[in-house]
Design a protein around this ligand. Sequence first.
Ligand code: GLU
Length: 381
Amino acid sequence: MPELEEAFVRPSALIEAARRITVKVGSSLLVEPGGNGIRSEWLSRLGSDVAKLRSAGKQVALVSSGAVALGRQHLSLKRSPKLALKQAAAAAGQPLLMQAWDKALAQFGIPTAQLLLTLDDTESRRRWLNARATMEVLLGNGAIPVVNENDTVATEELRYGDNDRLSARVAQMIQADLLILLSDVDGVYTGDPSRDPSAEHMPHISVITGEVEAWAGGASGAGLGSGGMRTKIAAARIAQSFGCATVIASGRGGHPLRALGDGGRATVIDAKGSPARAYKQWIAGTLVPAGSVSVDAGAMAALSAGRSLLPAGVKAVEGTFERGVCLRVLGSEGQEVARGITAYTSSETQAILGRPSSEFEAHLGYSGPDELIHRNDLVLM
Ligand code: GLU
């Protein structure tokens, strides 16, 4: 097949170039199917791979499944499609899962932190921003966030149900440049390899066409987890849209990330653009501004030099808005100079405008960020 010869960026090069990586680990890798709990030796090896990425200067966020499978074993529950049983299993399994991750990474001196998210958290702007801020602090302080769906509170209609798509949202939240989906399949095939011996492995997909989706639709799901190839392709589609490449690989071997770096078999699904650019396009083009702030000449100069907008440079606020919404930034003639995501509500902005950050606490009753709009959340128009 000519496509197989086509030049593309290999997983090893994607890993090498990435600054931030989200790694999703499927249940079937983490949990012994026979009821023997965590595969701790395997996890310890994966921990050493993660530690190696970290010492190469990369930040890593993990999305880990396994709570339901572990909890089922722990409570001796049968496999059941009933949501309440899965939720009970998740409640029992999640602390065991976290302990296992903590142990696997503590041996390399890496602290872990648990984030349990729901679909709501990733769809509502405010909660998204809160989760993102938490994630930034964790990554910035050398910790590894270990994310799972908050299965115990998620309702049937309002849950991901699979961690593939959740991991794509986590990648988006931290503007990762690479999403690695580790499960028991080593990539995308042109059919279901367990049933169709003529199904071919595809090392590279640049556009997710209907044909690619049809291949994925035919593939069976992983043994213990909930996702199949279909949700992996859905995750790759989300990732692609914000400039993040996806690698679908098998974690079956001893050191799955090292193996990828060494040229192991996988499927790469290309990114479009870069995560930062996609985010800024979304601010400039998609969000509807909920209010505006007028700024002084000093702030204008700071903005054009690529700096954040501080409340000190704001002269007036217009509109009533919450945190996390998009604002117009207006210059002295009322012209729009920038747009960005506000860290303060309209009344908070009113209380601190024109003031230095040292005075924020006295006027707000708590201490908030120094910036009204951080430069990462700001686009010059
Ligand atoms: N959140 C589920 C768990 O921890 C896993 C969902 C999935 O298999 O992707 O067990």
